[in-house]
Design a binder for this molecule. Structure first.
Ligand SMILES: Nc1nc2c(ncn2[C@@H]2O[C@H](COP(=O)(O)OP(=O)(O)OP(=O)(O)O)[C@@H](O)[C@H]2O)c(=O)[nH]1
Ligand SMILES: [Mg+2]
Ligand SMILES: [Zn+2]
Length: 292
């Protein structure tokens, strides 16, 4: 009997596959190892249900390399107002890597309960207002904004990524309270440090939407991108690009640049532009994406 399913978890060489009405722990066919193919969480597979063997992995539309997750539809980029301070360069890299892989990203600003003023939240929001990403403001601690986020979560697989400690596992616990994830509180009993997420598991909500927690930050592969292509993934630059004097302007050191001009006139956020330049510089460095 052949059944179709999706890998929700990998543990010690076994893979849990969610079928229509069952979860089956399977081993992969030997040919995968021989061909150097590693089954991933998110993989759509065909399994022989009698022997519990993964027979076939359907073509992937994209994949996350660290951790390994396939077929991502949405990337939820989580930042916190503070503790830790937001790393917006990482946010921009994640937006870029998602866009390159045709994944829609959204920005989730967590821990708004820690903000001393509304300005702290607004200053982050302002950076992304015209980026094309939807921005959510939430507090996992107080439950604020969770319903709005839940309503907007699309069908398919949403992966949450971002710096360690921003509250990704806490958010998963708000969205999917049936199976608690460990969050980063220092365990009083063991005093062994924080519960950083280590394993990757796809959680299925009652309506079929799927969510994945990731450990620390993570990134998709964008190693094939050229510096001149980066601008195409900055939605807010698009209206200005054709007004630059030089064809192929990188909006860096070229004169008469409409993008730089727009930044100076306050039409484009300075921070996002400056980080765009940093990303261009990083692209010049060898194997830069692996250092993310
Ligand atoms: N004040 C406040 N604290 C929060 C909120 N959300 C999460 N935290 C706390 O932030 C800490 C880190 O939360 P986690 O959910 O473990 O963070 P994470 O992003 O999963 O971290 P990694 O697994 O290391 O990547 C924990 O102590 C949480 O209780 C929030 O909305 N407000
Ligand atoms: Mg976690
Ligand atoms: Zn330009």
């Amino acid at each position: 009997m052949i059944g179709k399913g999706i890998i929700i978890k990998g543990i010690g060489g076994f893979y849990d596959v969610m079928l229509d009405d069952d979860i089956l722990r399977c081993t992969p066919r030997g040919k995968f190892r021989k061909d150097g193919i590693i089954p991933m969480v998110g993989d759509r597979v065909e399994v022989n249900t009698r022997d519990a063997v993964v027979e076939n992995i359907l073509p992937r539309k994209n994949q996350f390399n660290r951790p390994l997750v396939a077929n991502i539809d949405y990337l939820g980029i989580v930042v916190s107002v503070k503790k830790p301070q937001p790393d917006l360069l990482l946010v921009d890299k994640l937006i870029l890597s998602a866009a390159v892989n045709s994944v829609k990203s959204m920005i989730i600003i967590n821990k708004i309960d820690l903000a001393e003023s509304q300005t702290e939240i607004e200053s982050i929001k302002e950076e992304y207002k015209i980026s094309g990403c939807t921005v959510f403001t939430i507090s996992c601690k107080e439950g604020t904004g969770i319903d709005e986020l839940m309503n907007e979560l699309g069908r398919g697989i949403t992966v949450f990524a971002g710096q360690s400690g921003v509250g990704k596992s806490s958010l998963i616990n708000c969205l999917h309270p049936y199976q608690k994830q460990e969050v980063g509180d220092i365990s009083k009993k063991a005093k062994r440090g924080r519960h950083t997420t280590r394993n990757v598991e796809l959680l299925v909500l009652p309506d079929g939407r799927m969510i994945v927690d990731t450990p620390g930050f993570s990134a998709m592969n964008v190693n094939s991108i050229l510096p001149e292509e980066v601008q195409n993934y900055y939605n807010e630059f698009i209206p200005y690009i054709h007004e630059c004097k030089f064809l192929g302007c990188l909006h860096n050191k070229e004169p008469d640049c409409a993008v730089k001009n727009a930044v100076q006139r306050g039409k484009l956020p300075v921070g996002r532009y400056e980080r765009y330049i940093r990303i261009l510089e990083m692209l010049d460095q060898e194997r830069w994406w692996q250092r993310w």
